[in-house]
Design a protein around this ligand. Structure first.
Ligand SMILES: Cc1cc2nc3c(=O)[nH]c(=O)nc-3n(C[C@H](O)[C@H](O)[C@H](O)COP(=O)(O)OP(=O)(O)OC[C@H]3O[C@@H](n4cnc5c(N)ncnc54)[C@H](O)[C@@H]3O)c2cc1C
Length: 379
């Protein structure tokens, strides 16, 4: 079914981006999986072609477009399983914090280079002892003269090795809970900031998910984003968009898994006929295609509401847990329909199966999504 929510210009953008992904990203992704990171050169190339930070305003070198363009980018990357290229984290999650809450000097410093891909962004909230409970972070940023001094450890940080700057959540007042948290921009190479181990993961091997350490890391006060003590509230304000990234990717990933399984089942023969002719195979594929179609309609509605600036936090949390659960069950069923080949890494469905579970964990776990929805329902 045609998705009528996209304008002609957006459809053209999708065509251009899809062509580029098929030519310059997808064929090289298996090598990046081996390397455990995406090369910086491809970021520069994406910047050169105008694919990074489409929302960033023209004053800072961007195109000042709406979130529909970001949505196209995440869908197209997920369509080909390019799970290591964290463009969306850079463009849709970190850059908007800088543009919304940063001083003019911080915007000038980071945004133009984020648009060109010269500055790759990361965000460091999670710590070894806490993820869901952000207010319990222990990293501190204590004011000292014209500086803040950061101490603490972060983990599971996407773009952890290749980032040029990281947005760090730290406690400026360790005695406070939510209102003790502030956000800072820390440049790679700052004394006292070290990038730690690249973590060995179940899937998403091209993503350089890493630890980060801050030891008496001194940064000027001008690196504070917005107001001291407002960090938690800034993070909450932007979560709708962060979760939509995962939701859009989950639906696109599930659709891709169904499509490639349909092709496989038409091709593979058993008992003298294609396995797509068995009623069980047909029913499974029909059920999965239906789930994708239903999800797509709900998610497209959310996308339009988000672009209009509406508050769809409750519905986005619903979509986050439902679509990522759906993705996990779809890829598992698709592996089954591939038989033994589904278990072989040379088949894309095996990689999709390993990339899927984390969608239920990051950007707020699916359990936390239900906690939020329950609150919104007045329970
Ligand atoms: C590949 C990957 C990339 C990531 N990238 C980043 C990144 O770039 N930056 C960053 O800051 N973080 C990142 N994360 C971290 C991610 O956001 C956290 O892992 C996630 O928020 C969960 O936190 P946790 O791992 O500490 O789990 P915990 O918070 O310890 O949760 C463990 C379990 O307890 C459940 N639970 C916790 N609280 C409740 C509750 N109140 N009610 C019901 N159940 C609950 C959870 O749902 C989960 O099932 C990444 C993680 C991964 C795996």
């Amino acid at each position: 079914m045609d998705r009528l929510i996209f304008s002609e210009a957006q459809i053209e953008f999708r065509n251009q981006f899809r062509k580029w992904v098929e030519k310059e990203v997808a064929p090289f992704h298996p090598q990046w999986e081996e390397d455990k990171q995406v090369p910086k050169a491809i970021w520069r190339r994406a910047g050169e072609l105008g694919f990074l930070c489409p929302q960033t305003s023209e004053a800072y070198g961007g195109l000042g477009l709406d979130y529909m363009y970001n949505a196209i980018v995440v869908e197209e990357l997920c369509r080909v399983g390019a799970s290591g290229f964290a463009m969306s984290l850079h463009s849709d999650i970190v850059a908007p914090y800088i543009e919304s809450f940063g001083s003019e000097a911080l915007k000038q410093k980071y945004l133009p280079k984020s648009v060109t891909g010269e500055c790759i962004l990361a965000i460091a909230m999670t710590e070894p002892n806490t993820g869901s409970d952000l207010a319990a972070i222990r990293t501190t940023a204590i004011a000292d003269g014209d500086d803040y001094v950061l101490n603490g450890n972060k983990t599971f940080i996407t773009n952890g090795q290749i980032c040029d700057a990281v947005l760090v959540a730290a406690k400026t007042n360790p005695d406070e809970s939510h209102s003790g948290i502030s956000l800072f921009m820390v440049d790679a190479g700052t004394k006292g900031f070290t990038k730690g181990r690249v973590l060995k993961k179940m899937g998403m091997h091209a993503q350089d998910t890493s630890e980060m350490h801050f030891e008496d890391c001194r940064i000027p006060k001008s690196q504070l984003l917005g107001d001291e003590g407002s960090g938690f509230y800034y993070l909450m304000e932007k979560l709708q968009q962060e979760r939509l990234v995962v939701v859009l990717g989950a639906v696109a990933g599930a659709e891709a898994a169904v499509n490639l399984t349909v092709e496989y089942c038409k091709d593979r023969k058993a008992f003298g006929k294609p396995i797509s002719k068995f009623q069980n195979t047909q029913f499974k594929l029909v059920e999965m295609a239906t789930q994708v179609e239903v999800a797509r309609h709900f998610v497209d509605r959310l996308l339009v509401s988000h672009v209009k600036g509406e508050n769809v936090i409750k519905e986005t949390c619903m979509a986050k847990f439902w679509t990522t659960d759906m993705l996990s069950s779809v890829v598992a069923e698709c592996v089954q329909l591939h038989g033994g080949y589904g278990y072989m890494m040379e088949y894309p469905i095996a990689k999709a199966y390993l990339d899927a579970p984390v969608q239920r964990i990051y950007a707020g776990t699916n359990e936390i999504m239900k906690v939020i929805v329950a609150k919104q329902m007045g329970l």
